[in-house]
Design a binder for this molecule. Structure first.
Ligand code: AMP
Ligand code: MG
Length: 531
């Protein structure tokens, strides 16, 4: 069968596999792989691939059309049943710290790189299937993925992009026609679920764990090869490989990670599994598993039922990212050989985070930028006082900030309270109303102290505060429909999420408070790592 013209145009570049040592074995059998950055490995064909969704925005990055020329051919290729010319699939080897403990070798257990495509503007994009079958890194698992988790990854990758949050992307979602057995809540009730594969796209899928594993094994040659590849390919402005360039790279990773976490806090995203194998060297959101979104603002919220201690809860993410960066610094030490240089770089992380987060809070609250520590402390204080109000009555974070932006300058406390009332999940007590009214008065005083054109301020706030986010219950509705063969709810959600900052009256139901049925529903309030 001839390849359709769109896919036949994809050009692959083998820089990664040519620059780095390959595992001499090519069988997919799970095992320990030493001295290699990756293993060549073929995808395992599936019985009945069917294209469920295709992202025109991501396709554009690769020079592919808004709709594939031939959906069945695309489904076959992005299910791994057929390889494109020039594509030599491989799974990469990495390790990681999981929940604070060193876990040893992990690797791409079900992700398989088709290769690096050189896009229309010359941009490099790695194209990867997730759920394409066993690899040497599958350990005790099956290398497959279920529809619910693949759809969630597809949806959120593209939504994050439109929200302006650095992220890996998703090209398409393919049903495999093969059931996959999962025990969703690890409670002894395994069930067959529909299988699916998501095609992910990113400039690089390198994780902190890619560097931790060779460092832990004392394999400095592999560590150096990986870091030199990362430096020359993804951070070319930092100079040729040298100790200084390695430190500069680490400093840049600190800067990007700080910015990334500030974005997560801005939109109310909780990653859910911030293990070092799930942190991207490029500062992208990577590996969408049991992630979630804040409905009501709650600093301790985590959607991940596996994380009982709340290690990766919403408000812990900045601290944990710093912990993960310390692991990366340790991994780079054998090459930099100067702990103080890495420590100094690591210290820039908290400054970067604080600055980014201050900017986020000021934009969310419509406060003007102001130099100086005193102004910064005052604005952090105003935000903390608001969070204390949120503790008084369950308040929808997304709706709150959009309503806040609508409060007219000089509005009475009563009128201001009425404006934000739709964000409350329950009727506030008198004490809660009083507390909010007091906060609103302080906030208005702060705005009045440095006047800004109200329309400009509202536009700035609305550009930082999304109107629409892919809340868990919306994803769950799209999953339920897709499981019954109806892709329209997902398509509608994806369409609305292309412009998440614009109020869209046709989609007002998608921007509503979490409905009561979703409060404790599986897939909405609670998610496990089972995927
Ligand atoms: P995660 O918690 O999803 O980041 O995964 C941690 C590790 O487990 C990674 O090395 C994954 O590749 C691997 N893994 C997770 N699920 C599967 C699966 N179904 N088959 C093979 N490997 C898996
Ligand atoms: Mg992972």
């Amino acid at each position: 069968m001839n390849l359709p013209a769109d896919l036949a145009r994809l050009r692959f570049d083998a820089r990664f596999t040519e620059a780095l040592p390959a595992d001499p074995l090519t069988l997919a059998q799970p095992r320990i792989v030493q001295g290699a950055a990756y293993s060549f490995c073929a995808p395992t064909p599936v019985p009945a691939p069917r294209l469920l969704a295709w992202s025109a925005d991501c396709a554009w990055l690769l020079g592919l059309p808004a709709q594939p020329d031939d959906a069945d051919a695309a489904a076959g290729i992005f299910a791994g049943n057929r390889l494109l010319p020039g594509s030599q699939p491989y799974a990469t080897c990495y390790g990681g710290h999981q929940f604070g403990q060193w876990a040893g070798q992990l690797g791409d257990g079900r992700a398989l790189m088709l290769g690096t495509v050189i896009g229309p503007a010359g941009l490099r994009q790695e194209v990867q299937l997730k759920g394409a079958g066993l690899t040497p890194y599958s350990r005790h698992a099956d290398g497959r993925a279920v529809l619910r988790s693949s759809l969630r990854e597809y949806l959120c990758s593209e939504a994050m992009h439109h929200l302006g949050v650095p992220t890996t992307r998703a090209l398409c979602l393919v049903a495999t026609g093969e059931p996959v057995v999962r025990d969703m809540f690890y409670d002894g009730h395994p069930q067959a679920e529909p299988g699916a594969i998501v095609t992910r796209v990113a400039e690089s899928f390198l994780r902190f764990g890619h560097f931790e594993l060779p460092a832990a094994r004392g394999d400095t040659a592999l560590l150096k090869a990986l870091l030199d590849h990362a430096l020359t390919t993804h951070f070319p402005t930092l100079g040729a490989p040298s100790r200084d360039a390695y430190v500069a790279l680490f400093r840049e990773v600190c800067r990007r990670t700080a910015g990334l976490v500030a974005h997560w806090l801005r939109v109310g995203f909780v990653h859910g599994v911030m293990n070092t194998d799930n942190l991207s060297l490029l500062g992208l959101t990577i590996d969408y598993g049991p992630y979630g979104w804040l409905d009501a603002f709650d600093p301790g919220f985590t959607p991940n039922t596996t994380d009982r201690g709340g290690r990766y809860a919403y408000a812990e993410q900045a601290r944990v990212a710093g912990w993960n960066l310390a692991c990366l610094a340790n991994a780079l030490l054998p090459l930099v050989e100067d702990a103080s240089a890495l420590e100094a770089a690591l210290e820039t992380y908290s400054d970067h985070f604080e600055r980014s987060y201050l900017g986020v809070l000021r934009d969310k609250l419509g406060l003007p930028a102001q130099a100086g520590d005193a102004a910064a402390q005052a604005d952090f204080g105003l935000a903390s006082a608001l969070f204390a109000c949120f503790a008084e009555v369950e308040t929808d974070m997304t709706i709150f900030y959009r309503r806040l932006a609508r409060i007219a300058p000089g509005a009475s406390p009563q009128a201001a309270l009425e404006e934000i009332a739709p964000a409350f999940y329950a009727a506030p007590t008198e004490a809660a109303r009083a507390r909010f009214a007091e906060w609103l008065t302080h906030w208005q005083a702060r705005l009045a102290s440095s006047p800004e054109d109200p329309a400009a301020r509202r536009a700035r706030m609305d550009a930082a505060n999304p109107w629409l986010i892919p809340r868990n219950w919306l994803a769950q509705q799209a999953i339920d429909a897709a499981s019954a063969g109806d892709m329209q709810p997902l398509e509608r959600l994806m369409r609305a999420l292309r412009e998440p900052y614009r109020e869209q009256p046709d989609h007002a139901d998608l921007a509503a408070r979490r409905p009561d049925w979703a409060r404790h529903a599986p897939g909405c309030a609670a998610l496990s790592c089972s995927s």
